[in-house]
Design a protein around this ligand. Structure first.
Ligand code: F3S
Length: 395
């Protein structure tokens, strides 16, 4: 692998421990994937923030890097294990909170912005078409590649942090034109609801595995529908890029784009995916929206559907702090909270220690949220429309 003089210096330790460790990680990765060289990146987005997932070992590693490391490019963080302001109110144990703050402090020392969201593109970290970046939250990666036309591989937390510290990532995979072409065309039924897009994503992810699907027949989905589709795709398969006919930037530039393989998906299969992600006869402990973190539009829809009714069940909506402060300015948060909804930041029910909060079952409109709640946290789940979630919440 060819390294510039500057990169060699980092590898030899001339820029300190953190830069050296980071370059070692990137060179090892580059060798595995046969990258010829590094490419400079515009931003990084780093997962592995919840103390629940990092544990003591992860925290030690971060503290060591933070002794002399500093990021070279704008870098933002994925959600952590709790709302940094309201953690006591939602029942997070004191000891967990203490460790979580230590993790955040280490990242801050490294110069990473504590945005604590999986939707950095709704919080100011918005890459441009063709930008090379190193992101590590799967739903954000697929959104950046597909909807924004930026270029990132599916980084892990450590490689994204290493890329942030060195300002580089190995040039392979989705950084290269050839690997961005569609591998399969999916002819889809026209969908209306966000949870249907999420289920289609889940279904297509299973089908495509780590390929690049090109969807035809979807019409013009909204930003939130694309977000839901991508999150479903990325959680069920290893998908990191999709194209939507007439919608996403790379197919707009190259409308002749096509794949050799084609498959037809009908609405019955989408329904099957919804049923698969729903346990029967469930009275959920928690109704939640915001996987990936919700937008202003989703908050508005939820409030309008409540139509002045108070929730009777624990109902949480997860957003970035950036979206929350915009929503505060227009009175949305006050209206939702006055009806009993909690709008939480910095975390989500997947990375928070949710079982410790007495939650054993959830209802959500996110395929990813349902899948991880069931498979990672062992909860009973229900995937349903936002209309049904609101009815569930006020029941
Ligand atoms: Fe975000 Fe948590 Fe879902 S990090 S994509 S809300 S699993």
């Amino acid at each position: 692998m060819h390294l510039t003089r500057e990169e060699e210096k980092m590898l030899e330790g001339e820029h300190g421990y953190a830069a050296q460790k980071s370059m070692e990680i990137l060179v090892a990765l580059g060798k595995i994937y046969r990258a010829e060289k590094m490419v400079e990146i515009k931003s990084a987005q780093i997962s592995g923030v919840s103390y629940k997932n990092l544990g003591e070992e992860g925290l030690e590693f971060l503290l060591k890097l933070a002794e002399d490391g500093r990021v070279k490019v704008p870098a933002t963080l994925n959600p952590c294990g709790m709302d940094l302001v309201r953690w006591r109110e939602i029942g997070i144990p004191e000891e967990f909170a203490r460790k979580q703050f230590k993790v955040i402090d280490a990242y801050l020392k490294l110069g990473v912005e504590a945005t604590l969201t999986c939707t950095p593109y709704l919080a100011g970290n918005i890459p441009k078409l063709g930008d090379h970046i190193a992101w590590s939250e799967s739903s954000a990666i697929i959104y950046a590649n597909s909807v924004l036309g930026a270029r990132t591989n599916r980084e892990g937390g450590p490689s994204a942090l290493a890329a942030a510290i060195t300002g580089r990532t190995p040039l392979y995979g989705l950084h290269l034109d050839d690997n961005r072409a569609p591998t399969i065309e999916i002819h889809s039924p026209r969908l209306r609801e966000e949870y249907e897009f999420a289920a289609l994503g889940y279904l297509a992810g299973k089908l495509v595995k780590d390929g690049v699907p090109l969807f035809r027949g979807l019409g013009v989905p909204s930003r939130d529908q694309l977000k839901a589709l991508g999150a479903g795709l990325a959680c069920a398969g290893g998908v990191a890029l999709f194209h939507v006919e007439g919608v996403t930037p790379e197919i707009i530039r190259n409308p002749e784009m096509k794949a050799d393989e084609e498959v037809q998906v009908d609405y019955g299969e989408v329904e099957e995916a919804i049923n698969y992600l729903s346990d029967e006869q469930l009275e959920p402990d928690l109704v939640f929206v915001g996987c990936p973190h919700a937008s202003i539009e989703q908050l508005t829809i939820f409030l309008n559907l409540l139509n002045g009714r108070r929730v009777k069940r624990r109902t949480w909506i997860f957003v970035s702090r950036a979206v929350k402060s915009q929503a505060e300015r227009i009175g949305l948060i006050k209206s939702l909270e006055s009806l009993g909804v909690k709008v939480l930041c910095d975390t989500c029910p997947i990375v928070a220690p949710i079982r410790k909060l007495g939650v054993n079952s959830i209802a959500t409109n996110s395929a990813k949220g349902a899948w991880f709640s069931r498979n990672l946290n062992g909860l009973k789940v229900k995937l349903e429309s936002i209309e049904d979630l609101v009815e569930e919440a006020v029941k």
